[in-house]
Design a protein around this ligand. Structure first.
Ligand code: SF4
Length: 251
């Protein structure tokens, strides 16, 4: 039996029925410690992992964009998915020094700079471990990915000025993270489908919706192989240029 990947109509239905959960998410965000970061965007080198409710909040924000801007953004997200084993391209929501979905940015963005250095390092270690498993999977397919990209971590930021950091803040943040997962679980089994099938990766979800998951994975494998062999992104850029949004994607 093939995995239960999402379709656009399912995502649209989720958007329509997730308003209470998205509102609960915003209430929770409002209780997070605030920072005096001036949106320098240094931390936006990677798209953070997110729960389904966070992803739906981002998609609802994208819905409000004019269609051309939305198409550009969706293409950026697909490009991010296709080439992230090859290069650090920065988060697709980053435009200059601004976040396009700032009011709906993910928990990972909000918590950055609030963790203690020790907790941040603990999380970075877990992330390195997950990435090395992924690198092994690529190796089994005969593809050796560049170490510099796979070892890349957004460095700990000492410039964010938190209101109330330290171990207390770590505990609050961990509790908030767990609460967000619980809010996502109110959406039903779809929350686990997103975690388990898409690894909490919005760029994979969008690439799968727009290209079809088998085609998105096939294209990623081909383009990564070609990129490593030739150093060229020509085929990728041509693919993205020719990409048209299916009607259903006009959310
Ligand atoms: S969603 Fe916005 S704040 Fe978060 S990493 Fe992307 S650009 Fe930065």
């Amino acid at each position: 039996m093939s995995p239960d990947f999402f379709t656009w109509p399912e995502i649209q239905a989720l958007l329509a029925r997730s308003l209470p959960q998205r509102q609960a998410l915003q209430r929770l965000y409002a209780r997070l410690p605030t920072t005096r970061c001036r949106r320098r965007a240094h931390c936006c080198a990677l798209l953070p992992e997110a729960s389904l409710v966070e992803v739906l909040a981002a998609l609802a924000a994208i819905q409000e964009f004019p269609s051309e801007r939305r198409l550009d953004l969706l293409k950026k997200a697909i490009r991010y998915f296709l080439v992230n084993p090859l290069e650090i391209t920065s988060c697709p929501f980053l435009a200059g020094a601004d976040c396009l979905i700032y009011a709906d940015r993910f928990f990972g963005c909000r918590a950055y700079g609030l963790w203690s250095p020790e907790e941040y390092e603990r999380r970075a270690g877990a992330n390195r471990q997950a990435k090395s498993q992924m690198r092994e999977q690529w190796l089994r397919l005969g593809v050796r990915l560049p170490t510099a990209v796979f070892d890349f971590q957004v460095p700990y930021c000492r410039k964010v000025e938190p209101d109330g950091a330290g171990p207390e803040a770590d505990r609050e943040l961990i509790a908030a993270e767990e609460a967000i997962e619980k809010i996502a679980d109110y959406l039903g089994p779809e929350a686990d489908r997103f975690r388990n099938l898409y690894f909490s990766d919005l760029s994979f979800l969008l690439a799968g919706l727009l290209l079809g998951v088998p085609e998105a994975l096939r294209l990623k494998f081909t383009l990564v192989q070609e990129g490593l062999r030739t150093g060229s992104r020509k085929r990728l850029d041509e693919t993205l240029l020719g990409l048209e949004l299916p009607d259903a994607a006009q959310v």
